[in-house]
Design a protein around this ligand. Structure first.
Ligand SMILES: Nc1ncnc2c1ncn2[C@@H]1O[C@H](COP(=O)(O)OP(=O)(O)O)[C@@H](O)[C@H]1O
Length: 486
């Protein structure tokens, strides 16, 4: 007769429990490349394999900044646009377990730099996309496409990212109870994104249902809530193109937005080789001009105001350039260049009165260039350093004059770079959308949160292990030193 294996049951239990833990902690990955106007970034996101559609579960695992400029700058040698991505894609291979590569979706989205190139030279933009696609297909990931994002998508996905990471989209589960009082429009946070070539504003407003200026409406149903988002992307109003707008025209030479003592010979082409300003190119024989700094905040504000057109509005209300904008509502997260610039200027605290912020910026603009260089030139690229006075003034003018924030509502803006270790930007929202990670309807509230679930399984595993040891101990042949008297 076959002897019963006393080990059989506990071993099976242990293996099962370890298996369960392994499944619970398995991770899925996704890669998104943000092909921006100034540079390309690669983001790796990760989330638990057993997705239960809760919010706050997808997080950024890795970020790689592609060396060199944005893909739109490679028109003369498109293959180099593809080659530029290789080192970050190699990093992605190292950061994702090999067995997961074939099932890791890989997306590339291009924004305003490529929108401008498409306007300027559509076949050159096609060539760049072809080169990029060739490189992406050469990697073992699940390639899902490289495409141009519409400005509206860029704005809307940025809004999704901010609200997802802030846990503002779903019902909050508190001790097993659903806490629903602050969701929908009331809790959503607006998104302000300032890139190099375009800028986006996206928010929900109780006074906007999409009937006025429907082009600005994006409707979502997320976790059982309907949102009609107002969003607009201003092409040419990112900070690099806005600088060209401000530089073009007769005031180009003595520039109040640059520090006193700044004196650089620049090529006209560096200002005018963009569809944003090409029609304003002066008819001069000379190829270069001298860019002199004046260091005057008030005059700089005036120059910047002149790049916005406030004269006509065919809607009930507008921001600028005749674009409809409903009344601002709620809190706003301002990211990308909003953060880079205000962080450098030490002006990210929006509880400081706006008057004080302006005074500090004015003092900074009045600082001579030699002094600014002496302080910072070892830490900050000179191009950025030279432009912070312009960029800070542009940001405040765009917000206050362009979008109609007031000294009271300024404090509703928070300058943000990351939320819970993930960068604020359109990429996460884009991936959440394409992987159907956010359902339209609220999922049934799971009996346990993910953390509690993992904790319970772990405690069970430990408990079973202890039981196993005890059983083992009781079955182990005992060798007594004392002889037994029978
Ligand atoms: N540390 C920094 N200081 C100042 N400007 C920066 C810094 N880092 C990036 N920028 C600039 O901020 C702008 C926005 O950056 P980004 O969002 O990456 O733009 P894009 O996606 O258009 O390339 C760009 O003009 C970029 O050159």
């Amino acid at each position: 007769m076959k002897e019963k294996n006393p080990w059989h049951r506990p071993v099976t239990i242990i293996i099962t429990v370890i298996g369960v833990i392994a499944i619970v902690t398995l991770v899925t990955y996704g890669i998104v490349l943000d092909a921006g106007s100034s540079h390309t970034s690669l983001y790796i996101y990760q989330w638990p394999a057993e997705k239960d559609n809760n919010t706050g579960r997808v997080e950024q695992k890795h970020h790689c900044q592609v060396a060199g400029k944005g893909i739109s700058s490679y028109t003369a040698t498109p293959y180099k646009a593809g080659e530029s991505l290789i080192s970050c894609l190699k990093e992605a291979k190292e950061n994702i377990p090999q067995k997961m590569h074939p099932e890791t979706p890989l997306y590339l989205g291009a924004t305003a730099g490529m929108r401008l190139l498409k306007l300027e030279n559509s076949s050159a933009s096609d060539e760049v996309f072809k080169a990029v696609e060739k490189t992406l297909r050469g990697f073992p990931f699940s390639y899902q496409g490289a495409r141009l994002l519409a400005g509206q998508e860029e704005g809307a996905f940025g809004w999704v990212t901010v609200n997802y990471l802030d846990d503002r989209l779903t019902q909050v589960s508190m001790g097993g109870f659903k806490y629903t009082s602050v969701h929908g429009n009331e809790s959503a946070k607006g998104a302000l994104d300032l890139g190099g070539a375009s800028t986006q504003i996206s928010f929900v407003s109780d006074e906007y249902n999409g009937s006025e200026s429907p082009d600005n409406a994006v409707s979502f149903r997320l976790y059982g809530y309907d949102y009609t988002l107002y969003t607009h992307s201003f092409l040419c109003y990112g900070k690099d193109q806005a600088l060209r707008l401000a530089l073009s025209g007769p005031t180009a030479i003595m520039d109040p937005c640059f520090h006193k003592g700044y004196n650089e010979t620049k090529h006209y082409a560096a200002v005018y080789d963009s569809p944003c300003v090409s029609d304003q190119k002066p008819q001069i024989v000379s190829e270069t001009f001298i860019h002199l700094g004046g260091g005057n905040f008030t005059q700089c504000q005036e120059v910047i105001k002149s790049v916005f057109n406030f004269t006509s509005c065919r809607y009930s209300r507008c921001s600028f350039n005749g674009i409809f904008q409903p009344p601002l509502q709620g809190q706003f997260g301002a990211f990308s260049a909003y953060f880079f610039v205000m962080n450098f200027l030490n002006l990210t605290d929006t509880s400081v009165p706006l008057k004080t912020v302006m005074q500090k910026l004015s003092d900074y603009c009045a600082t001579p260039w030699t002094q600014v260089c002496a302080y910072f030139k070892h830490d900050i690229p000179l191009k950025y350093l030279a432009e912070y006075c312009f960029s800070g003034t542009y940001i405040l003018t765009l917000m206050m004059e362009g979008y109609n924030f007031t000294s009271e509502t300024y404090s509703s803006i928070k300058y943000i770079q990351k939320i819970k270790n993930s960068d604020a930007g359109w990429t996460l929202g884009y991936m959440l959308n394409l992987t159907n990670m956010i359902p339209a309807e609220a999922p049934d509230s799971p009996p346990l949160t993910y953390t509690s679930y993992v904790s319970v399984v772990t405690v069970m595993a430990i408990l079973l292990f202890v039981i196993f040891i005890l059983i083992l101990y009781s079955l182990w042949p005992k060798c007594n030193t004392e002889p037994k008297i029978i």
